[in-house]
Every structure is written in structure tokens, then in C-alpha cells.
Write a protein of this length. Sequence first.
Length: 332
Amino acid sequence: MRMTGTARYATIVCAAAAVAGCAGAPDGEVSQTVSSDPCEQEWRCGGNSPVVDAHGFHELSLLEVPNEAGMMVHRSAGQAVINVRGRPYQLAIEDSQIVARNGPLTLTGRALLGAIIPLDGPRGASYELRIEAARLMPFPFPLGSVEPVAAYVLGWRSVTAAPTAFVNLCAHPPVDLLTLSAEQAFPELLGLAPTEAVVFAGDRIDGAAKTMSATPDPGWFNIGCAGHTIAKLHLTRNTIASQHAADPRVLRDRRQATFKLLVADYCGTGRAFTVPGKPLQWKGDAGEPRDAFFAGVPLAGIEARFHASARLSDMLTAIVFGSRFSTNCRNS
């Protein structure tokens, strides 16, 4: 999700667990377009979020618990299932990869091409996710990282009645993702192709409140499509799964501040002041993996600074957005 400013790259935001270390806000008012579309407010439509039969979601449970769209991974013999060449395996998500296990045999990566993850949907509906493509790429941050992260092309189809054709799970990228120049594409896609996705376990992300869990829940995993907030959080090292901290609670504020920034939750209430389709310039605090602005993108001045609560003072919101936005924030 992105915000619109007065020009294509006018929005510049600095995220950090604390506001120290970021430049000051510009004097004068910055024009801002605020979306009132409830679909955009929940960062599902217009962005590239997984969609199965019109059910938008970002997480699935391995433990027979439905997500907010009423969907979950099918279980058999007490375990989540992935079928590889017609043979059932136990599904797991480890080190940002899909893993299939059957006794001593473990399969990952391209060995899972064509594998099927069955899903149980609401009202008895049944679906299948198929791994269409898989590759490893290095995490884009910190720069020079050689740690691999898996990128997948995932297809889905309904099998409630007669099976339908497979459709890309991430088939709804913002239009401009498909036409960006190479220089513009990296800040948005972070190394992914427009139809690819990342997966990672542990983080519980509340789309309504715009909050992230302090500790991991290994029974759930996330799917982040290219250009979507979920993928950006993971690829910029702002998920439990990507940070590898001995105590995930220590870095929770950093994860939370970045999440609030990416969805433009200026008031800290879960309301996203954002519309899709405009690139975003931002960075974290000194010493974080994303501690510098994207190279080659013009800077127009600092628009806002975030911390974990994202609650900006009335004075700062008045400086940055004028009295209209400040009033909105007080009433949120």
C-alpha cells in the first residue's frame, strides 16, 4: 500500500522504533489524498493480496483454525497436508520456505513444483493451491545479504464441484507494478516478479488494527504477494521470521513502526490514510537493515516520522498535513 503526495515520489517517510535519528518535518502543508474506500482501508483491494474465489486473506493456519475469510489448510491424520505427485506429505513453513515431509523424506524448492495444498473454505467449499514456480533469491536487506528467501508463483482453483482452471493467487497487482522501470520496480517489488509471493511463519498480523504480534505463533503462516505490505515487511527484515532475534519481543517496536508506516496509519488507530498506486520513499533508523533511502529516487523532504504506536502529536500532524488532517486524527 502506498500514499499519494503532490508528486509521484513526493512522499518520504522515516520509520523507526523511536523518532530519534530522522530528519524534521517540512514547514508548510503537504497535500494528501485520503481514501474513504473501506476496501482500501483494509489493504486488501487494489493491492496485491492473495485472493481465492473473492476471499481476500494473508494468513492460513496449520492447526485446523479458519482465518478471517473462513479458510484453512486441510488436515488429515492430525497434520496439515501438501500432496506431492499424488502422495500426502506433512506441510510446514520453515526459513521462509514451503516444506513437505513424509517420514525421513523432506522436499523443498523446485522439488515441490506441481505440489497441491488443499484448502477447506466456508460453507463446505474446497480449493487447491498449486506451486507453479519456486526459486531462491537473496534477502534484499541488509544490502549484500546472501541469506536466501524463497519466491513462489502460486495458483488456485475451486474443486467444490468440477475442478476449474488454476488462476494466479497474486493476480491483482496495482496496475503500475506491471509498467515500472527497473529503477522504480525495486522499491516496490524488492526483487520479486509481479506475480510472485513470499511465505513465512510465526508473525500474526492484524489487518484491522494494523498491529503485529510480539511473539511468534508457529501454527500460522503468511502469504505476501509482490508489492503488498506483507511482502515488504518480510523482505525489509520487519517480521519475526526475517529478524532471527533470540527474543522477538525486543524488535517488536521496529516491526510495528514499519507496518504503521507502510499502511499510512498516521493516527495509530488502524485507519489507513492511503491509496494504492504511488511509490513510497522511506527508511528505518540508523543501524537497521533498511537504514537508507532507495537509491536513484528523488527526495522531496520528510513527510512524517513513525514509532511503534504511530500516534503523531497534533502539532506535528498540523505541520505536515494541516488542520483538516489533524482533526481527522483526533477523531479517529
